[in-house]
Design a protein around this ligand. Structure first.
Ligand SMILES: [Zn+2]
Length: 263
């Protein structure tokens, strides 16, 4: 009688151990599957490009041979050497970002509201990282761009002016979404050596985290048709800026025209 009971107990324990092992195996398998699913969706997220507006659907032919953009108020508006803003375009929500000026003229720091707030956050983060940045020049009206352009032509000639300055109406500064950034340490100058300074390198590494891109990178000159400008940042929004940064692309590359212009 005693012996039988002992045998039953042993059997019971054996069954318990088996159940425990099977249970553990199932749990581990489920966990792995779960990780796999998580991993898969992360990869997918990274591979999916955010939707950029189409090059052709956001412009119409203007009389002067240029394209005129139809979405001037969009954070993703694309203006370049062949795409201009509508005549007389002026953003309606320009504000002064609250950032240290380091001696520059506040009147030149106007930006559209969302971009201005993003700039404040970018500059705050820079200060935290021990980096001092200067907001040198942001919004420029059509008229201001016009007189600057004429001045450059007088001083530097047409060739220089065409590659460094925008034809009035085609400047990103007129969108209210661009800012030329320098640093007190670099004398608040806008020169390509800024890219080699600690501040310029920091800006290139972190601008996208706050929705900005270095609009005219060194290795994209043939696409943007602008010389390297490590100081010119352009607000497009965090999701889009992060995508361009990670894929090493500029706006022109993600908004390619379907048909090549023939002129
Ligand atoms: Zn600029």
């Amino acid at each position: 009688m005693r012996k039988v009971k002992k045998k039953t107990n042993r059997k019971f324990i054996l069954i318990l151990i088996t159940l425990f092992i099977v249970g553990l195996a199932l749990l581990v398998r489920k966990q792995n599957n779960f990780d796999f699913i998580l991993h898969k969706s992360e990869n997918k997220k990274e591979a999916t490009a955010p939707k950029f507006p189409n090059y052709d659907n956001t412009s119409t032919e203007a009389e002067d041979g240029l394209l005129e953009v139809t979405n001037p108020k969009s954070n993703l508006v694309l203006v370049n050497k062949e795409r201009k803003l509508p005549n007389g375009y002026e953003p309606t929500d320009l504000v002064y970002p609250i950032v240290p000026l380091h001696g520059v003229n506040k009147a030149k720091t106007l930006m559209r509201k969302e971009a201005a707030h993003a700039l404040e956050k970018l500059f705050e983060r820079a200060e935290k990282d021990g980096i001092q940045l200067t907001p040198v020049s942001a919004y420029r009206s059509f008229d201001r761009q016009q007189s600057l352009y004429n001045y450059y032509i007088q001083i530097h000639g047409e060739e220089w002016t065409h590659s460094y300055s925008a034809v009035p109406g085609t400047s990103e500064h007129q969108t209210g979404l661009a800012m030329d950034v320098s640093s007190p340490k670099f004398g608040n100058k806008l020169e390509k050596e800024f890219g080699e300074t600690k501040e310029g390198a920091w800006l290139a590494d972190h601008a996208h985290e706050y929705g900005f891109v270095i609009r005219y990178p060194e290795d994209k000159v043939n696409i943007t048709e602008y010389h390297y400008e490590p100081w010119h940042i352009r607000y497009i929004g965090i999701k889009y800026a992060t995508y361009l940064y990670k894929k090493d692309l500029v706006l022109e590359e993600v908004m390619k025209p379907k048909k090549k212009k023939t002129h």
